[in-house]
Design a protein around this ligand. Structure first.
Ligand SMILES: [Zn+2]
Length: 477
């Protein structure tokens, strides 16, 4: 085995015997740590941070050797069988070396290679057993760290943070490539999970016992992202009479059971379990992904469903198409914005009149009947002479007429349902913090991959993508 002496670990460099047992190394590490503690006690300029860093650096080599031993033994024990079709491999040769970075440093292992006659391909079965990608030189834990960091921050920063916190060095471009690969894997896994969620349950499967009937709440919204596809081709496109499109919609949705919505002690609304979907791949992709997510969250057993969104046409088309049984509700705050537009048309800058005229309408809309509000707006319109204000009011009257069946705010409040789409709007804001930083441009492939990773994390399915986390209780995001 190829154990390198680390400059961070002088207890190894004194006497570096590659085949040394872990127990011996651990005993020497313990001695070295005791010495570190003694040194720390007399170092008046050091605080706990100094000893934390020292202990971490001292221990790293032992951890690296342990991981290397484990990987090598597992590689030895892996039978020469095709990882794809399970056929026994032919022309097997031993001792093919491969180095890769794990969380504790670089590891080198020797493994066997063989040819599968059925797949017509050479394989290293140990690589599959260890979870190593064919081309990337990183362990599963490092793959995971890269995926998580890149979905939370720009890759340049991610590279620096990774090295600072873990000692793993990965240049920005490599990190970008690796994160995208993980994102593509996330997309593939999501498709598989979505198919499973939407497939009809087998006949023997009993529906989950539902003690109390519940409503499924589905909220939709969109925000836009700037991409650099066709970068540098602006002139050429314009000569051809086309304007390059840089801004694109990211469609998002969230779903949760109404009985999973509650309040903190401070009175802040919280949702204990909810599903998230975000995609740059268009409305059709959102529709399928959101339906699958809602099914996973219990849509199949729900007593009813409610879709909430702003006035965007795509939202109601999607709802009619995929959730035809669901009730629809226009976000209350968007409705109020349209009342405000009426106020501006009628009263201009006169704030007192504005308040006096609009407050009763907004209150009525929330606590009484939307039909009455629409009637009053129609009456106001009928009394206006033709002109700009009348045209503006006319537009808003149309808006309210169109959505009048989606404004059952009084009934919604009585049932304890949300009247606004605040849950999805706050999700959008959080996601945009990552994707809309100054000077950032994305490509469709890149942003879809990272959005997919981010959704695995938010939906608390990270362990499905990185199964070594399945025993950990990952914090909620
Ligand atoms: Zn095969």
């Amino acid at each position: 085995m190829n154990a390198t002496c680390s400059s961070f670990a002088p207890w190894v460099s004194d006497y570096c015997e590659p085949s040394e047992s872990l127990a011996v190394m651990a005993a020497r590490l313990a001695d070295a740590l005791e010495q570190d503690v003694r040194d720390f006690l007399v170092a008046s300029d050091q605080n706990l941070g100094d000893i934390e860093v020292q202990i971490e650096q001292q221990s790293r080599e032992l951890l690296r050797v342990a991981a290397e031993k484990a990987a090598q033994k597992k590689a030895h024990l892996t039978p020469p069988v095709c990882p794809v079709c399970r056929q026994r491999l032919r022309r097997v040769t031993e001792d093919h070396r491969r180095s890769f970075d794990c969380k504790f440093g670089t590891i080198t292992i020797a493994r066997s290679r063989g040819y599968c006659k059925r797949c017509h391909k050479w394989h290293f079965p140990a690589d599959t057993a260890l979870g190593l990608e064919e081309t990337a030189g990183y362990s599963p834990r490092v793959q995971e760290m890269v995926a998580l960091l890149a979905s939370k921050m720009p890759v340049g920063e991610a590279s620096a943070v990774l090295e600072h916190l873990t000692g793993v060095r990965m240049p920005r471009a490599t990190l970008d490539r690796e994160a995208r690969r993980q994102g593509q894997r996330a997309q593939q896994l999501r498709r598989k999970l979505d198919e499973q969620a939407c497939a009809a349950p087998p006949r023997w499967a009993q529906p989950e016992l539902v003690l109390e009937p519940y409503q499924m709440i589905i909220e939709l919204d969109a925000w836009n992202i700037r991409e650099r596809d066709q970068w540098g081709e602006t002139e050429r496109l314009r000569r051809g009479g086309r304007e390059p499109e840089r801004w694109h919609w990211v469609y998002t949705g969230t779903c949760f059971r109404l009985d999973h919505r509650g309040k903190t002690q401070g009175g802040r609304p919280v949702i204990s379990q909810r599903g998230f979907v975000a995609t740059r791949a268009g409305i059709d992709a959102l529709r399928e992904q959101l339906h699958a997510e809602a099914m996973r969250r219990g849509l199949g057993q729900a007593a009813g469903a409610l879709v909430i969104g702003d006035g965007a046409v795509w939202i109601w088309r999607l709802a009619d198409d995929r959730f035809p049984e669901a009730r629809q509700r226009l976000d209350f705050y968007h409705a109020v914005e349209h009342l405000t537009a009426v106020g501006r048309a009628l009263f201009g800058e006169d704030k007192d009149k504005f308040k006096e005229g609009l407050r009763p309408l907004a209150r009525q809309l929330k606590n009484q009947s939307s039909i009455k509000v629409v009637q009053q707006l129609e009456e106001i319109l009928a009394g206006l002479p033709a002109g700009t204000p009348a045209a503006a009011v006319q537009k808003e009257v149309h808006y309210f007429q169109e959505h009048k069946d989606r404004m059952d705010y009084r009934a919604g409040q009585r049932r304890g349902e949300p009247i606004g789409s605040g849950a999805i709007e706050s999700t959008c804001r959080q996601t945009q913090c990552r994707f809309k930083r100054p000077g950032q441009y994305w490509s469709q492939q890149g942003d879809e991959a990272l959005l997919s990773l981010e959704m695995f994390w938010r939906n608390q399915r990270w362990h499905l993508l990185f199964p070594h986390n399945r025993h950990l209780d990952l914090p909620k995001n």
